[in-house]
Design a protein around this ligand. Structure first.
Ligand SMILES: Nc1nc2c(ncn2[C@@H]2O[C@H](COP(=O)(O)OP(=O)(O)OP(=O)(O)O)[C@@H](O)[C@H]2O)c(=O)[nH]1
Ligand SMILES: [Mg+2]
Length: 461
């Protein structure tokens, strides 16, 4: 541990007039992490649209600026490139990102309140860490042996159509290890994981099989679950698979937890709830499962276990934010939030969670639509209008009416329905709009300021 980390753990992040808060930003792929961080940072640098972030609204935040990040070996979040994409004359959404990255924003804060005036300004370093939600799901592997993991996976595969290819590969786990067989098994297992993810399943471990990055083809990513044979002698296929599974835990999962997860103070989990609602009840139910799995990573008991391994400290606040709320007229936002809040409650029950402060919200990191009410055959429809991503044409769009009572969606999802009764929920892909920003204004958003207030507001007063 470096001296600064020791000091941080003793002082809660404050050393003299400087403090550090680490904000983890995660979510499954395409949830909206990159757009969230880019817009958050732009709106912290220019705070004209951050009225709900108290420290920005009351002037306690005197200045904000980008600084070199503290971790020399973590890639920097490519803020400038992503912002350039979103603010180009013909704006476009940033590229998909595949690894962990980090950015430091430093804020100069003059504390307000009774005693605030007595102390001088202090500096809050906000270290934002972007990492794929898929990596969090690997946490469970640390507690499981290869035999336990393999048995769990093989059991869940039995009922999944997309597993037919992998289950069709017949090998004798007790046979002598053969690299060609190992590679074939790993390839068909990886193909299964991709198919399972596309079908909306969330329990797709090992997460790095889906996002291998520079580890592609390495032995730590060339294994698959095998039934435990009575006899697994040295040199058997089973033994080699076990060894690679342990290498995956040690060389891939542990470093992620030690270097990134272990240091997070505040966490936002972004979820594309509208996308899941559009895909149907099974996707919604699966999202609830994924939220429970993600929340389980922050369970006090689990954190205790990890702390004994890596010195993990407790995450104090977790926000579950439904992204892309600009696809809905604001009249429906409370309903979207209620659905996410109900999913969060379900996830909390399943994760047996009582730890950090949690909240649910609907946000749009970058607003790409305007609202419009149309009269359709005598009925008023609350629509959103934007530029369609495919055709570049302007269109007004009515996504359908979310129910008042979240149980009307979550009930059928839990009961295994395969489509919604009655209403259908549609979704459109909108392109970002060309922006004309006044001095001091960040990009337009919906409730990004409220999200920031929940996550870091207490540091900025
Ligand atoms: N309308 C709208 N679309 C959004 C918003 N945020 C994200 N999107 C859409 O969601 C897509 C994914 O957003 P990203 O921020 O790249 O998502 P990510 O989680 O970083 O995705 P990966 O890097 O692939 O894991 C974007 O390309 C947009 O199409 C938003 O605030 N409004
Ligand atoms: Mg990204």
């Amino acid at each position: 541990m470096r001296i600064s980390e020791v000091l941080n753990s003793v002082t809660g992040g404050w050393v003299g007039s400087e403090g550090t808060v680490r904000l983890g930003v995660t979510g499954l792929s395409r949830a909206g992490k990159t757009v969230f961080i880019t817009s958050l940072v732009a709106n912290l640098l220019d705070r004209g649209r951050m009225g709900q972030l108290l420290g920005a609204a009351n002037g306690a935040v005197l200045a904000a600026y980008l600084q070199p990040q503290p971790d020399d070996t973590t890639p920097r979040f490519e803020y400038e490139a992503h912002l350039a994409a979103l603010t180009a004359d013909a704006p476009y959404w940033p590229q998909s990102t595949r690894t962990v990255s980090q950015l430091r924003v430093s804020l100069k804060v003059q504390p307000t309140g009774l005693l605030g005036g007595l102390s001088g300004p202090r500096t809050v370093h906000l270290d934002i860490v972007d990492y794929p939600g898929e990596w969090l799901l690997d946490l469970g592997l640390l507690e499981k042996t290869y035999a336990e993991w393999a048995q769990g996976v093989l059991t869940s595969l039995q009922s999944r159509d997309c597993a037919a290819g992998f289950l069709g590969v017949v090998v004798d786990p007790a046979a002598k290890y053969d690299e060609a067989v190992a590679q074939d098994l790993a390839a068909t297992f990886t193909a299964y994981l991709h198919a399972a993810k596309d079908a909306g399943f969330s329990d797709c471990t090992p997460g790095r099989f889906l996002l291998p990055g520079e580890l592609e083809g390495s032995p730590a990513l060339t294994f698959a679950p095998l039934a435990e044979p009575d006899n697994h002698k040295r040199g058997s296929l089973w033994r080699e698979m076990e060894r690679r599974y342990e290498a995956y835990k040690k060389k891939v999962v542990q470093p992620f937890f030690r270097d990134h997860f272990a240091k997070i103070d505040r966490q936002v989990v972004l979820i594309d709830a509208l996308g899941a609602i559009h895909r149907g009840p099974q996707a919604v139910e699966d999202m609830r499962g994924a939220m429970a799995d993600i929340l389980a990573a922050f369970k006090p008991g689990k954190v205790g276990f990890l702390a004994s391994l890596f010195g993990v400290h407790r995450v104090e606040r977790i926000l579950f934010a439904a992204t892309k709320a600009d696809h809905l007229h604001h009249r429906q936002h409370p309903r979207l939030t209620a659905i996410v809040a109900a999913m969060l409650r379900g996830a909390k029950d399943r994760a047996d969670f009582s730890g950090a402060l949690t909240a649910a919200m609907s946000i749009a990191s970058l607003r790409a639509t305007v609202e419009e009410t149309l009269n359709h055959e005598g009925v008023q429809l609350d629509c959103v209008r934007g530029t369609l991503l495919d055709s570049g044409k302007q269109a007004a769009f009515y996504p359908g009416e979310l129910p008042d009572d979240p149980a009307k969606l979550l009930g059928p999802a839990r009961d295994g329905a395969d489509k919604w009764l009655g209403d259908d929920y549609r979704i459109m892909s909108f392109a970002p709009v060309p922006l004309v920003l006044k001095p001091g204004e960040g990009p337009p958003h919906i409730r990004l300021d409220k999200a920031a207030e929940f996550l870091i507001g207490d540091y900025l007063r």
